[in-house]
Design a protein around this ligand. Structure first.
Ligand code: ZN
Length: 149
């Protein structure tokens, strides 16, 4: 189990040090800002949606290792998915990290299990879900700032 934990640690460190899809370099037609004042995480998520498909997405801002790794993994996993899929993935990820559902993630979401360790730490859950809440707001095209309070 501790080997698994080490592996999870590795993935989080890797994604937080070299976040994927970081910066606003691509065309986008939706965006939202997310703010987690308890930790100081602040992100903007940019999404290009065409024909109901998340064609591209990226994020920028600053955050702790957990929030940055989660945002980075999210951008990798959601690219090319339908909006409905992205919503469904948000719901499943949220249920697992908040402990509403104890099960592990699968079906392409297994990469996110590295973040399931935040379960039971409400402060960290806010970090892990910030980018996802922000993406959800972007998909709804609400021009609001998401605050995790
Ligand atoms: Zn944080």
């Amino acid at each position: 189990m501790s080997e698994l934990r080490d592996l999870y640690q590795e993935v989080i460190l890797d994604h937080s040090r070299s976040p994927r899809n970081f910066g606003h370099h691509q065309p986008s037609n939706r965006q939202a800002k997310g703010n987690n004042p308890l930790c100081g995480d602040k992100f903007t998520v940019y999404v290009l949606v065409e024909d109901g498909i998340v064609k591209d997405l990226s994020f920028e801002g600053r955050g702790c290792a957990i929030s940055t790794a989660s945002a980075s993994l999210m951008t990798e996993l959601l690219k090319g998915r339908t909006e409905d899929d992205a919503q469904a993935m948000f719901e499943r990820f949220h249920a697992v990290v908040t402990g509403e559902k104890g099960e592990e993630l699968d079906d392409g979401l297994d990469k996110l299990n590295v973040l399931a360790g935040v379960r039971g730490y409400p402060m960290r859950v806010k970090c892990a879900t910030l980018a996802w809440h922000t993406l959800k707001a972007a998909l709804k095209q609400t021009d609001e700032t998401v605050v995790t309070e």
